[in-house]
Design a protein around this ligand. Structure first.
Ligand SMILES: [Zn+2]
Length: 212
């Protein structure tokens, strides 16, 4: 699998990730927050063929390019099943405040434990794990075989997501991180929306979540 990060820059810098089967060039794009044109150019240049857009949660800086991309690609957009408020209400996805007034239509909702896979991308196998707290619909996409997890704004290198937006709850976030992320194998690479990559081991033994 190829992980190809693109840090899109409009409004807030956010890491979007292409996750692509090397053999077939098929795969997914995770959290296209803005700069649809640039993402389409990357696809063309790298010969990436998308089967779906996956969202780790419904905040404006992760969904901003979705509708624009869909004008060019007719592919499903996948969110966790609690995502409806964020998909449909600019006050919840914060685009009412930060600009854009985004409303996502035609979302495919998946639930905790669901597997994301596509016939055209045989190497791609991601499990959706619900990790609420930053938002109610927060989730990670976990590739157990390759020890990679796309974690959105749940956890960052040496930090964690804000909980002062609609649906946020610090106690719930900390439980998600401790029970669902730090319990993954230590070598798991965590790819977040707004930080450098980290690993479960580094975070588990680091200043925030480590003992002492
Ligand atoms: Zn967020």
């Amino acid at each position: 699998m190829i992980v190809y990060p693109v840090t899109v820059q409009e409004l807030i810098p956010t890491n979007a990730y292409f996750y692509i089967d090397e053999d077939t060039r098929h795969g997914v794009l995770i959290d296209p927050g803005s700069e649809a044109d640039r993402l389409l150019r990357v696809m063309k240049k790298k010969d990436f063929r998308l089967d779906a857009i996956l969202l780790t949660h419904g905040h404006f800086d992760h969904i901003g390019a979705v509708e624009e991309l869909r004008k060019n690609l007719s592919i499903p957009v996948i969110m966790e099943e609690n995502g409806k408020d964020y998909a449909e209400k600019p006050a919840w996805n914060l685009s009412a405040t930060f600009g854009g007034n985004y409303v996502l239509k035609d979302v495919t909702y998946k639930k905790n434990g669901d597997i994301i896979e596509f016939p055209d991308a045989p190497a791609l196998h991601l499990r959706l794990i619900h990790t609420p707290g930053h938002t109610t619909d927060g989730c990670i996409y976990y590739d157990e075989k390759r020890h990679v997890a796309f974690v959105g704004d749940t956890i960052f290198a040496g930090s964690f997501g804000r909980t002062d937006f609609p649906g946020g709850n610090e106690g719930i976030l900390f439980r998600s991180i401790r029970d669902k992320i730090l319990t993954l194998p230590e070598e798991t690479t965590l790819l977040s929306g707004h930080s450098e990559p980290t690993t479960v081991g580094e975070e588990k033994n680091g200043p925030i979540w480590g003992r002492g």
